[in-house]
Design a binder for this molecule. Structure first.
Ligand code: 3PY
Ligand code: MG
Length: 263
């Protein structure tokens, strides 16, 4: 389903995959150049996330990056810097198809994130979609905008794990996205991963099971295709499989090796 004249792969594309219990595979974008953003958006992957928490981009670059991604026929998600209403509303106003909200530790935190995503009477989002006067399709109506906007809360702390069942039960939470690095650190596993720690594997399996039980989408930040495929088989459904900086580095390193460098 095409969400509007300019978007092909946005929230509706992701929901269509999930309706068939299929994983969505995507890219994580840290770079600020709109050319890179367009490139990221023109792959055949299902989604991209612009990272305002740990990426190079700020809210100043966000409208241009989202515009460039729309040119690549993708409406991306945005990871906001923190669970703050102003940050979530600004990402939504800038044209994000959804938000990924870091470090959500409680049902109250999840409810606050959801509320910032949705206009009244459902939530508390303030009116002001900045594309209203610019785009050919105009400003969205509140109700369809509420329905379209995806809200993923990140569970990546021990407190988040402890509150998991309450978090997935919060109305309007579309999914839980796990940051495995923060989660391992917070839960006492240091820099271990599922590859070398049964404890980390159990944590990830636990989040997926809680999401399935609660009827929300389980998501996971993965570092490569092997990890993405592994966790998609185990039930993850919003699966990021690579980062633009890392892919550029890997491609350049592979080229150097192919050309016999270092000599
Ligand atoms: C994490 O692994 O903690 C993340 O947030 C991924 O960026
Ligand atoms: Mg994190």
């Amino acid at each position: 389903m095409i969400e509007n004249r300019l978007d092909v792969r946005g929230a509706a594309h992701l929901r269509a995959l999930w309706a068939e219990d299929r994983p969505a595979f995507g890219l994580w974008s840290l770079l600020t150049d709109p050319v890179v953003a367009e490139l990221v958006a023109t792959t055949d992957l299902d989604f991209a996330v612009v990272d305002l928490q740990h990426g190079f981009a700020t809210f100043g670059e966000l409208p241009t990056l989202l515009q460039a991604m729309r040119a690549g026929r993708m409406a991306p998600l945005v990871r906001v810097p923190w669970n703050e209403p102003a940050a979530i509303m600004r990402a939504a106003d800038s044209g994000a198809a959804g938000v990924v909200v870091p470090m959500v530790d409680s049902a109250a935190g999840a409810a606050a994130a959801v509320s910032a995503c949705r206009f009244p009477p459902t939530g508390s989002r303030s009116w002001g979609p900045m594309w209203g006067g610019v785009r050919a399709d105009g400003a969205p109506a509140p109700e369809p905008a509420n329905a379209a906007m995806l809200c993923f809360v990140m569970v990546e702390t021990q407190a988040g794990i402890d509150a998991l069942d309450e978090i997935v039960a919060v109305p309007g939470v579309d999914g839980v996205f796990v940051g495995p690095n923060d989660l391992a650190l917070s839960c006492g596993f240091g820099r271990s991963t599922y590859r070398d720690s049964v404890g980390v594997t159990r944590l990830l399996d636990r989040v997926i099971a809680a999401c399935v039980a609660g009827g929300v989408v389980p998501g996971l930040f993965c570092s490569d295709a092997e990890m993405a495929r592994h966790w998609a088989r185990r039930g993850a459904r919003l699966v990021s499989a690579g980062v633009d900086t890392g892919l550029l580095r890997a491609g350049a390193d592979a080229l150097a090796v192919e050309l016999g460098r270092p000599a």
